[in-house]
Design a protein around this ligand. Sequence first.
Ligand code: ADE
Length: 264
Amino acid sequence: MAAMPKELDGLVLAMGSSISVQRVAMRDFYLGEIAGQPCVVVLSRIGKVAAAATTTILIETFNVTEIVFVGLAGGLHRSVQIGDIVVASSLMQHDLDARPLFDRYQVPMLGRAQFDPNPTLSLALINHSEAYLNELSTENGQAPSARTVGIRRPRAHHGLIATGDLFVSDSAVGGEIQERLPEVLCVEMEGAAMAQVCYEFGVPYAVMRVISDHANQNAKDHFTDFLEQWAGRYSCGVLLKFMASRALITSRNSTHANVCPARN
Ligand code: ADE
């Protein structure tokens, strides 16, 4: 799942002739196979409600067993730069505040503020992100951080992601979020909503974000440029490797099942 078409085009293409399309609730769900793995590719559109609705349909209508969200994010923490990848170790809503009825950030009546993605899926995303970033740094063209800010080659991080119905394009607003939540690496608009729905249904999930901007006055321009030039390359670069590795795991498990019949 992703929020913008550019992030998904390559994955839809990778489904080749296996593809079929089903329209539900004004969204196109692309059904097919990538690297021999059955999967559904879908555009959530932007924001928490859109992500929650799309997640519910994926689970209830298409019976998916795992969900990966891929997209862009605004970097907040000093350790992240444009072109870096952040794989979520945990997600929360920075704009959720039902005080004094509930603690700040706590999802009312669920008793928690943070949602932790599946460690196996997340580790696979980190490994494939690192592999992709290595490839990028040895390509002839320059990696995005070298182009935009010229500091260092992109890195993969594992950390806290904050979600809100807000495109952060003011350093005072970004700074205020970072002050409240010092561990947050980046902000985006869908991840924690998907995470909450997956948690409620018991479906494993992971979230991978690429830093497109620094959530400041340049955010709109940097986001737009990054979306145009890099978003699809990153999502395809990492997720095609990820799908191939899931295919290996599935085939290993089924071989194992053949060799070791289930014990009663
Ligand atoms: N996604 C990418 N950049 C973002 C920003 N600055 N704020 C919220 N979501 C984003």
